[in-house]
Ligand binder design. Structure first.
Ligand SMILES: Cc1ncc(COP(=O)(O)O)c(C=O)c1O
Length: 316
């Protein structure tokens, strides 16, 4: 726990390790959570995962939308036909127990990971065990800056005709890594990926929203996005707050003239985009709609708005 305590400053806490990791029903010390080089997932990307946040406030630790994340994990398993030995209830309970066992009292990132285990070289995964890990760690901001500069990637987002893109699969993320690396190497903070039709899709690990003429616009599922839980939550919060919000395809060129633009996702939360491909977005600062949503979202995840407490699972 010392490293956790050390992280408790005013600076953002990036990923720090914890004491225990849950592995197939047992707690093991962090340093013992290792896999063999013949693990199938290392070779072929045969793993599914989730990213979940835990928020600590007012002496309470809440998990944001645990049910939806576990459901998405199991849907990813189903889409790939991986098989897994644990039910939604068992996985949810294991996640809560992992936080309790580590005695966390800080903001967290939780990473459930289910991978195809050790087996012979080859693509027949039918007989391979699905190894499940639940990793949780103190975590701060994904982007250290208040607002970021992004570029449209030369890599297109994987198509739904190539892989089941609604699944959150480790192998799919080479696409995100390529886009992110390209952006970083060109001096940007992140990338926006277009789909194969050239329409706006999403960030390397975030969904995207824009504000144009007082309307919030976000690409639809049919654009090939990941069905983000933050995106869905924000659509509901924004609608309840009286904003008009539409899901529709966006042209790349629209990115350059919208009033506000921001990424949404578990890791990124709500991150304003100040520049796209060198063009300033709106005033070049956080816009009024983004600011309002950011404040509302913080209140929601910290359990300060009764209406949305149904989205929070208390740990303690
Ligand atoms: C490619 C991609 N898109 C969107 C998201 C946002 O989804 P969520 O809000 O469920 O974290 C993520 C993060 O999980 C992602 O990796």
């Amino acid at each position: 726990m010392e490293n956790i305590k050390k992280g408790l400053g005013t600076k953002p806490i990036m990923s720090l390790k914890a004491r225990y990791i849950w592995n197939n029903g047992e707690f093991i010390p962090w340093d013992d959570a290792k896999v063999h080089v013949m693990t199938n997932a290392l070779h072929y990307g045969t793993g599914v995962f989730e990213g979940i946040r835990g928020y600590f406030d007012n002496n309470q630790l809440y998990i944001f939308r645990l049910k939806e994340h576990v459901a998405r994990l199991l849907n990813s398993v189903k889409m790939y036909g991986f098989g897994i030995d644990y039910s939604e209830e068992e996985l949810s309970r294991a996640i809560i127990e992992t936080l309790r066992k580590n005695e966390f009292r800080v903001d967290l990132y939780i990473r459930p990971l289910a991978i195809k285990g050790v087996g012979p070289i080859g693509l027949d995964i039918r007989k391979l065990k699905t190894e499940v890990f639940i990793i949780a760690m103190p975590y701060g901001k994904y982007f250290e800056k208040e607002g970021i500069e992004v570029t449209v990637s030369s890599w297109k987002r994987l198509s739904g005709q190539t892989v089941p893109i609604l699944a959150k699969v480790t192998g799919h993320y080479v696409n995100s890594v390529l886009a992110k690396l390209e952006a970083l190497n060109r001096g940007f903070d992140d990338a926006i990926l277009l789909n194969e039709q050239g329409r706006v899709c999403e960030g390397s690990g975030e969904n995207i929203m824009a504000v144009k003429d007082d309307t919030i616009i976000t690409p639809p599922l049919s654009a090939g996005i990941l069905d983000g839980i933050t995106r869905r939550s924000l659509m509901e919060i924004a609608g309840d707050a009286g904003f008009s919000i539409v899901e529709r395809d966006m042209e790349r060129s629209e990115l350059y003239t919208v009033n506000e633009l921001f990424f949404v996702g578990t890791a990124a939360e709500i991150t304003p985009i100040f520049k796209v491909d060198g063009r300033v977005v709106g005033s070049g600062d956080i816009g009024p709609v983004t600011l309002k949503l950011k404040k509302l979202f913080t209140d929601v995840v910290k359990g300060r708005i009764d209406k949305y407490k149904k989205w929070l699972k208390p740990v303690w």
